[in-house]
Unconditional design. Sequence first.
Length: 444
Amino acid sequence: MQRGIAFTNDLPAYTGTGCPWPSAGSPGFRSEKDNTVSLFNGNLNTSKISLFYTFNSAGISVPPLFMTCNDASDAHEGYSFEGWQQGVYWRGNKMDNLARGMILKNGGVIGQQGTQAGAPSDNEWLGAAFTSTNYGIYTFSSQAAASPIVRRTSPSQFDPPNLTGNQPALSYAGGNGLISYTGTSTFSCGVIYTVMPTIPFPNGEDYDSENLLYMAQMAIYNSLNYNSDLLTDPDCYDFYSLFDGSTMTTLADIELAIGEGNYAEAETLLGGLVPGELNDIEQNYYKFYDLFFQYHNSGELDGDEIEELTSLCVLCPGTDGVCIVQARALYQIVIGEPYEAEPCAGDEGSRRAFFNKSASLANANLSVDIYPNPTTGQVTVRFNKKADGKKVVVSDLSGRKIVQRELIGESTSFHLNFGLEPGVYFFTISNIHETVSKKVIVTE
């Protein structure tokens, strides 16, 4: 699954003290506000994409989540709510060019949206995409009536269009779960919730590695960088100033420049970094941005660049940086199919997360990537782990064996050219314990 912003039920109530949210001891609220998230290639058919995703994220033991005034566009699912989370407030958000503007999944419940402050929900469905098989709200094994939405019917963008779901009788279709608002108030994105979660500054004693500590510091720094009003607090400013002007600042500026479409500026910023002077997390970001610009400038990646990209994809966002999620998204654009990553312990980046990648990969099931596919002849075969007895057998559609080759060495990537005629072939790739099969198309 590829998710832009995710909240899950392993987030505890906040009880710490300190900047940037100084409400000591309060369970508080969580706020996800003013984000713009879209899919780079705008592929609405990739059903694994959820731009905003929450799972059991706001209930009795988990503080409320205010998801307000965000923009989601150009993907399969804009806002995805799975499981019971009646404390989610989903208001003032925008949706455009999505297969599912909002979706309730597997008993998804978000409570009533609207009238909490005497105003409607004021979520907006924009553009002309919500027709045919694209839906403003879709319910999958969930009841619309459990999550009523107070909406204005005029202007029309506030009235969710083209409604259905798995079990249509339980969906919002026909007005089920929709409440018309007849007042004159509107929801304001200027609302500031005064009770907020308290997040302490990252302390090295709380983390099992320098990488995890750095990622935690980076998260707080970026939060302050994107919300400069918080820097009026002396504690906030003191923490921010520790990293201001560092590589962390450059990475944040690159991300902002890309988000604003200033690719030349972003690439110039990247060129000012020296790879040998970067720590592990920074090097991962450097590699991703370098590959991103290669693809952005030329429209393709060669075999060595794809190999480098897949070496990023196999890492884990919770221990190696959020850029790993971005790398997997770029892989999907370049290769044309999702990167099937092995589950990662600590993917949420939680405190005291520890992940032994070598042990995990050694015990993982065999996975093989073959690219490019289709190909004119030369392919790269990449294994997800090292093992003895690697070999590849190529057969035609009749099952006739064309060629067999042993793959010698410790490498997990092999560049091969069997001189195959144009056609469809099956590559059976194996190690001493396991076997997988892949269909490969050879063109002229």
